[in-house]
Design a protein. Structure first.
Length: 371
């Protein structure tokens, strides 16, 4: 039995409320990208920018409410929500791919490597997402789908096939890939060898003292190799002063204390490294964002497929609409609301309200690392 008008109105309200939070979170990320020079030159933030753009597109589609079937607005909503969703989780998958390819390397990639990755990601994501978004039009399967416009079962049953080919199979492929990749990343970051991989010690040397004698240097100064998160600054791995920018993407960036202690045996050597500011802890939640936001979407589609009238229970639909529209909010919290972003925003706010700080577009290379 189709949903009543009151139930449809409830779905629209839930959709708009969740989409508003997602829209605000995504625009916050976009605004930070264009406001600060550091973020515009940061490879990590370039990837996250497109996650946010996908979330904005999806939110705009959701703001269309519940248009009448077979209208231009209905087709616009269906296309925007389909395109925005797959753009968002495609770039989330790209973020995971990049982090893994950097973390597993013994030597950080060069600027040329990073630029090649960036071009390749664009060449894969944009054509594939556009194709997956226009395929339902060929069989006229964009229309009103139990209250909201998306890929509908009517008038052509091919819509059920398009739902899985154009959305759910790519979605669950991304969820599985992201889960496996972050599991491997978590294992590498928590291994005690990660500190030795990202730093090395200078061998003891003999130096001439003021008296003309040669003395052994017992205190060895660590020679710091570029870490994985350094690469995200500009692709070169030579900006330790801006190393905290790697936290934007959630990569583990050892602090100066971490590097020094890595060469001094202690009882903590057998413990996994810790990243202040919750960076390392955030990685654990990355795979659950897609799963949590789209679990009920899959449940709803399975329930519709199993039902004779292709209508899922209203409670399932309500949860699905709300959680799916929250994807942008979750992405903004995990990928955008990081210590370095908060620090830059607080400096900008103080510069505007209190007359201090560097202001927008400033460079944070001389700032202490955010922990």
């Amino acid at each position: 039995m189709p949903y009543t008008q009151e139930q449809v109105d409830t779905l629209v309200i839930l959709n708009v409320i969740a989409s508003t939070f997602s829209f605000l979170g995504a625009t916050f990320i976009i605004a930070n990208f264009f406001a600060f020079d550091d973020f515009r030159s940061n490879f990590a933030f370039k990837l996250i920018l497109f996650v946010a753009i996908g979330d904005v597109i999806n939110s705009v589609g959701n703001f269309c409410g519940s248009p009448d079937d077979n209208t231009a607005l209905c087709h616009i909503q269906a296309f925007l929500t389909q395109f925005g969703d797959i753009v968002s989780f495609a770039w989330v998958t790209a973020v995971a791919w990049v982090i893994y390819n950097v973390i597993r390397r013994e030597v950080p990639p060069t600027r040329e490597d990073v630029e090649k990755w960036y071009r390749r990601i664009h060449m894969v994501i944009w054509p594939s997402t556009i194709i997956l978004s226009i395929l339902p039009w060929f069989t006229d399967n964009y229309g009103l789908d139990n209250g909201l416009c998306w890929i509908t079962f009517y008038p052509n049953p091919a819509g059920e096939v398009w739902r899985w080919i154009c959305f759910y199979i790519p979605l669950w492929g991304s969820i599985i890939y992201v889960g496996v990749v972050y599991y491997k990343i978590w294992g590498q970051l928590t291994a005690k060898e990660i500190q030795r991989r990202n730093s090395g010690a200078i061998e003891p040397q003999t130096v001439a003292s003021n008296t003309g004698k040669t003395d052994n240097v017992d205190e060895r100064q660590p020679e710091v190799r570029p870490s994985a998160s350094d690469v995200f600054n500009d692709g070169t791995g030579h900006h330790p002063g801006n190393s905290s920018a790697g936290d934007v993407i959630g990569g583990y960036q050892p602090s100066t204390t971490d590097v020094t202690n890595a060469h001094q045996p202690s009882a903590e050597d057998n413990q996994p490294p810790k990243s202040g500011g919750g960076t390392l802890q955030r990685i654990k939640f990355y795979p659950f964002v897609l799963f949590g936001c789209y679990a009920f979407a899959t449940i709803r589609r399975v329930a519709e497929w199993a039902s004779d009238d292709h209508v899922a229970p209203f409670a399932v639909a309500a949860i699905q609409v709300f959680t799916s529209a929250l994807l942008g909010t979750c992405n903004a919290i995990l990928y955008g609301f990081t210590p370095v972003v908060r620090k830059k925003d607080s400096e900008w706010f103080r510069s505007k309200c209190c007359g201090g700080g560097d202001g927008a577009g400033g460079n944070s290379n001389d700032d202490p690392e955010v922990r």
